[in-house]
Ligand binder design. Structure first.
Ligand SMILES: [Zn+2]
Length: 533
């Protein structure tokens, strides 16, 4: 560990600090409190206890009971630490509290710590995948994203209290309930509170390669509704949807600094074959189930296998095959997949009915069709197919086809470019009768660290290096975080104060790395101590 004065001189020389900046960021390389790391090491098992409690609740966005359970667990701990707690009602009718906790000190600076209580997981996941330890991994849904951030902030304040530190004016924690759905109920509160504080620490995890991001993506959606005036057998809303997904899926290669992944599709058509002369025809029905792999649509879409894109390929190749079969009429009755907007969909399905002249060998056509249908085009996708005689597909009788994509951009001008590009692609309709209604927009702004934010990140890195850790800066991640809302206040914000781990937003076991807890805790405690002075 280098002595502070030598380090300070080196960093001054390297221009990493500037004496010109008065106030909180001038003091970027003070000596660390050598008692903090041993205290944090003692505290680490208790961090795991807290994580076990917090992950025992189903707190997916919108799950009121679990979110309230998480909030109560945090409130109990905060009160023990002498904090004042308050539940702020979210805007826009969002379910779940915005939990504010305040600790008063005797110093000058006010520090805001933000993290989110909600997860991407459906109800029942906490029971199905309970907290467990496996070697150096603590595993549970939402443990890295973002219950790790909450636990680190609470236990860092506990370590500072054990050291008797009160040299800050106020430490405020704000834990919201809707980050995974764009923070529409909390973004104003985050921005307002950030404006009332001197600096913001955001508690997202880091991934197992401990990084700090200097920028995040603007996150939004593109939604296309395909309507047809008066539905007949020659109108093809489901084939139009499939073609639209396929003609736009490579947009990120055409518009730089963007990501676009189709994550949800829903389409049905009412029964139109009942008007056909059944006496002259024979009918068959097909159900297709597509399995892919879930992953974070922004951070690591490449780790997923997109079942909705495979569904689009399947609809296209089976339709092309049937185009070559004289006298065979078809109707896609249902096609869809995906549940959560920011997750690469791991499940999709499609259902088809055909009518063929009685003279045609329908068994031969069935096996040809199933052979073509089960030839997956997305690497890693798997397809099962079943056929039945007659028209057997059940739907809710809707005539609707909607597809939506998760969109990520480095900045707003790039979004304008992407929107223009995709709308031009959408306009190249496959069927003249299709009417497209396109809605797109950015719900989550991009975060770009300010100069002071970067200096705060440098401070974190110098602390972590002194503690024996390694921290890398990443110019931009395609995840979206609440740091973006906080940064709109103009105050310096640093991200990734949470715990290293992985498998976020996936069907794999989400985990944090246990051996990193002491150092991470010590780093955050030192950040609070130093930035709060
Ligand atoms: Zn998160």
């Amino acid at each position: 560990m280098q002595t502070p004065s030598i380090l300070r001189r080196e960093l001054l020389a390297a221009g990493l600090i500037s004496l010109a900046v008065p106030g909180l960021l001038a003091q970027t390389t003070p000596a660390l409190d050598t008692a903090i790391l041993p205290l944090a090491t003692q505290e680490a098992p208790l961090v795991l206890d807290t994580l076990k409690k917090l992950t025992s609740f189903d707190s997916g966005t919108g799950q009121a009971v679990g979110l309230s359970g998480v909030a109560s667990t945090i409130e109990a701990m905060a009160k023990e630490l002498g904090g004042a707690t308050e539940r702020i009602t979210p805007a826009n009718g969002i379910v779940g509290p915005n939990l504010r906790i305040s600790f008063k000190g005797t110093g000058k600076k006010k520090l805001l710590l933000i993290a989110h209580m909600d997860t991407v997981y459906p109800a029942g996941t906490a029971a199905a995948r309970p907290f467990k330890i496996d070697g150096n991994k603590a595993i549970a849904p939402g443990i890295a994203d973002d219950k790790g951030g909450i636990a680190v902030f609470l236990h860092a304040v506990k370590v500072l209290k054990a050291r008797g530190y009160t040299d800050y004016a106020q430490i405020t924690m704000l834990f919201n309930s809707d980050e995974e759905r764009g923070s529409v109920g909390s973004s104003d509160t985050i921005r307002r509170l950030a404006g009332e504080h001197d600096a913001v620490l955001s508690g997202e995890g880091t991934g197992d390669q401990e990084v700090m991001v200097m920028g995040t993506a603007g996150v939004g959606r593109t939604q296309v509704k395909i309507a047809t005036t008066r539905l007949t057998l020659t109108d093809r809303p489901i084939e139009e949807m499939a073609d639209l997904i396929l003609r736009s899926k490579d947009t990120p290669a055409q518009v730089l600094n963007t990501r676009m992944n189709w994550t949800i599709a829903r389409a049905e058509t009412p029964d139109l074959m009942d008007k056909l002369p059944a006496a002259d025809l024979q009918f068959a029905s097909f159900e297709f189930q597509i399995t892919g792999k879930a992953s974070h649509a922004g951070v690591n879409p490449h780790l997923g296998v997109n079942a909705v894109v495979e569904m689009a390929h399947l609809v296209a190749r089976v339709s092309a095959l049937l185009d070559g079969e004289t006298g065979v009429q078809r109707q896609w009755r249902r096609a869809g997949g995906g549940l959560v907007g920011n997750i690469i969909p791991d499940r999709a399905n499609a259902a088809l009915e055909i009518a063929a002249p009685k003279s045609l060998d329908i068994k031969a056509l069935e096996s040809k069709l199933i052979a073509a249908a089960t030839q997956a085009q997305v690497q890693g996708a798997q397809i099962t197919a079943s056929a039945s005689v007659g028209r057997t597909i059940k739907t809710d009788g809707l005539a609707d086809a909607t597809a939506s994509a998760d969109v990520r951009v480095a900045d707003m001008p790039t979004f304008e470019q992407l929107s223009k590009h995709t709308r031009a692609l959408f306009d190249k309709k496959k069927f003249a009768s299709s009417r497209l209604d396109v809605q797109d927009g950015i719900g989550f702004p991009p975060f770009n660290a300010s100069a002071d934010g970067k200096k705060m990140a440098e401070l974190a890195k110098s602390i972590y290096t002194q503690l024996g850790g390694q921290l890398e800066f990443v110019p931009r991640t395609y995840g979206g975080t609440d740091a973006a809302w906080a940064a709109q206040s103009g105050k310096p914000v640093v991200e990734n104060m949470g715990l290293p781990g992985g498998n976020i937003h996936s069907d794999q076991e989400e985990y944090i790395l246990i051996d990193r807890i002491p150092r991470r805790l010590a780093m955050v405690a030192e950040m609070i101590r130093l930035v709060g002075q």
